[in-house]
Write a new protein. Sequence first.
Length: 184
Amino acid sequence: MSTDLQGKTIAFLVAPEGTEQVELTEPWHAVEQAGGRPRLVSTESGRIQAFDHLDKADHFEVDTTVDVSDPTEFDGLVLPGGVANPDFLRTQPSAVEFAKGFFDAGKPVAAICHAPWTLIEADVVRGRRLTSWPSLQTDLRNAGAEWVDEEVVTCEKAPSVLVTSRKPDDLKAFCQAAVEIFKR
């Protein structure tokens, strides 16, 4: 196990239901393998229901909620995808403000698949280069982003570094890039 993230706590922001399980578990394990401490943050306490595409998968215990947490408690943020997960989060002002807080504080953020929907709502993609699930490209362009079709994109434009990827097939590159930005 690496110690690149020793002493760092990384928030994983998810909805109570609809997170693509592999987009939660693989980055979570990457953070742990690098010596970091992942924490599951949601809009409700209890357990979240993850999905394997459209099928229910496992449940995961929530560590804390957005209404009692602050980005200053964390060293970085991961936003897993799944269609329903970010679609729900972008309708929750407390979740949007939580995500925006990482950008305001200049902390690194990693978002995969449909997760940039939450970032559009937080108004933090304008002028940034990023990728996502292809169906979000028009939404991202309309929000002022430069959308590209690449496995992983690291945008170093201030106020914070943003790593994005398109889909579960990109998870290896996504996890490597996320750990890299979190260790800075």
